[in-house]
Design a protein around this ligand. Structure first.
Ligand SMILES: *Cc1c(COP(=O)(O)O)cnc(C)c1O
Length: 358
C-alpha cells in the first residue's frame, strides 16, 4: 500500500519532486560537468530561490555539503578557535556539542531536561565563548526555540557568532539573517526531498574568523573549509563534485515554495500544528510531551501515548500512514508526527481521524 510519511526525516516527499526529477532526467542533469555554465546556472538559481524564501542578505553565502551534521563540524572548525557554547535540549543539540569536544574545543553547555525549551532570559553565555550554538527545532524532543529569543541572544552578545540548526524546521522559522551569522539544514526534512544534501548559510564574519584561524596556523579542515567554499561560490562552483541533481531539485522546490509564498507556508504550518496539538490534548490516549506552548515545535509534534507506541504505529500503518516512534529512551512511550509542507491540512485531518479511533 502507498503510505503517507509523517516521519521527521526522511519524510514524505514534496508532491512536485517526481515531476522535477523527471525533468532532470530529461535534461541529463546527472551527466553534466560541475565546471560547466549549466551547473553554474543551477547553483545560482538555487541560491536565488533560497535567498528569496529565507530572506538571506548579500552578506551571507550559501554552500552545499553532504549533510547537516557535516555542517556542525565545518562551523566548529572554521568559526571556533577555543570555546563554543551550546544550548542543549535534546539529542541533536547534544551531538553538536559532542562534535565540539571531539574536535578538542572547550564546549560549554547549558542543558534542559528532555521536553523543555529555552527562553532568552534564562540563558547565561560564558564570557569567552566565541560561538553560540542553538537548535531552532529539536527533532528528538519536539521542542522549539522561538526566533525572537534567538534574535535577543545575538543582540545581547553582538561580538560572538551565533549558529542556528534549522534542520528540521526550515523554511518555517522567520529568522532575521542580519542577526544570524550562520544556519544550516538538510533537504530530507521540511523541503521534502530524499536525503543527500546539506545546506550551509554563513556570513562574512564567519569567513573572516576562518581566515584568521587559518593564518594563525589553526586547523580549519581540508575538506569544504569555508574560505575554499567561498572562493568557489563566487563563480557558483564547489570545491568537490557536488550532488548536482539535488541542488537542481532543491532550487525547484524552493521555487515552488516561493510561488505559494513563505508567509502562506508558515501560516499553514501553524494551522496544522494547532490541529495536532488540539487533538493530542483532548484525546485520552495521548498527551502533548512538551508542556509549554511557546516551546512546542510547530514542525515535529511529540505525543505521549497510553498504549505502547508500536501498537499505534502499526494501526496507523494499516490506514496507509507512517508516524515516527519516540526518540531514544522514549521510543515505546511516544510518537512523533512531522508537520512539513509536503502534507496538507486534509492529510493531517485524515491522520487525526485515524488516531482518534485508537
Ligand atoms: C536530522 C537532523 C540533523 C542531522 O541531519 P543529517 O542530514 O542527518 O546530517 C541535525 N539537526 C537536527 C535538528 C536534525 O533534525
Amino acid at each position: 500500500m502507498k503510505q503517507t510519511y509523517f516521519t521527521a526525516g526522511p519524510a514524505e516527499l514534496y508532491p512536485t519532486v517526481s515531476q522535477h526529477l523527471q525533468t532532470a532526467m530529461d535534461e541529463q542533469i546527472g551527466s553534466i560537468s560541475h565546471r560547466s555554465a549549466k551547473f553554474r546556472s543551477i547553483y545560482q538559481f538555487c541560491d536565488e530561490q533560497l535567498r528569496e524564501l529565507l530572506t538571506i542578505p548579500e552578506s551571507h553565502g550559501i554552500f552545499f555539503t553532504g549533510s547537516a551534521s557535516e555542517v556542525w563540524e565545518r562551523i566548529l572548525l572554521n568559526c571556533v578557535e577555543h570555546e563554543s557554547f551550546h544550548l542543549v535540549n535534546g539529542s541533536f543539540s547534544k551531538k553538536f556539542c559532542d562534535y565540539a569536544t571531539a574536535l578538542q574545543k572547550y564546549a560549554h553547555k547549558q542543558e534542559k531536561p528532555f521536553g523543555e525549551g529555552f527562553d532568552y532570559s534564562e540563558i547565561e553565555v560564558p564570557e569567552y565563548a566565541e560561538l553560540i550554538a542553538v537548535t531552532h527545532n529539536e527533532t528528538s524532543s519536539g521542542v522549539q526555540m522561538r526566533p525572537v529569543d534567538i534574535h535577543k541572544l545575538k543582540r545581547s552578545h553582538a561580538k560572538k557568532l551565533i549558529a542556528v540548526d534549522m534542520v528540521s524546521s526550515a523554511p518555517f522559522p522567520d529568522l532575521d539573517f542580519s542577526l544570524v551569522d550562520t544556519a544550516f539544514f538538510s533537504v530530507q526534512k521540511a523541503f521534502g526531498l530524499p536525503a543527500g544534501l546539506g545546506v550551509w548559510i554563513a556570513n562574512e564574519k564567519c569567513l573572516e574568523k576562518a581566515e584568521t584561524l587559518k593564518h594563525g596556523d589553526q586547523h580549519i579542515g581540508a575538506h569544504n573549509n569555508l574560505p575554499m567554499l567561498w572562493k568557489n561560490y563566487k563563480t557558483y562552483e564547489t570545491p568537490a563534485t557536488p550532488n548536482v541533481l539535488f541542488i537542481y531539485l532543491l532550487g525547484k522546490i524552493a521555487q515552488d515554495f516561493n510561488r505559494i509564498g513563505v508567509e502562506n507556508l508558515r501560516r499553514e504550518t501553524e494551522e496544522k500544528a494547532k490541529m495536532l496539538y488540539k487533538f493530542v490534548e483532548s484525546h485520552p490516549q495521548f498527551s502533548p510531551f512538551v508542556k509549554n506552548d511557546r516551546h512546542r515545535s510547530r514542525t515535529v509534534v511529540v505525543a505521549n501515548t497510553q498504549k505502547p507506541s508500536s501498537e499505534i504505529i502499526s494501526k496507523v500503518k494499516e490506514s496507509g500512514m507512517v508516524v515516527g516512534s519516540g526518540y531514544g529512551q522514549f521510543k515505546d512511550t511516544q510518537i512523533r508526527i512531522a508537520n512539513f509542507p509536503a502534507t496538507d491540512v486534509e492529510q493531517i485531518g485524515r491522520l487525526i481521524e485515524v488516531l482518534g479511533k485508537i
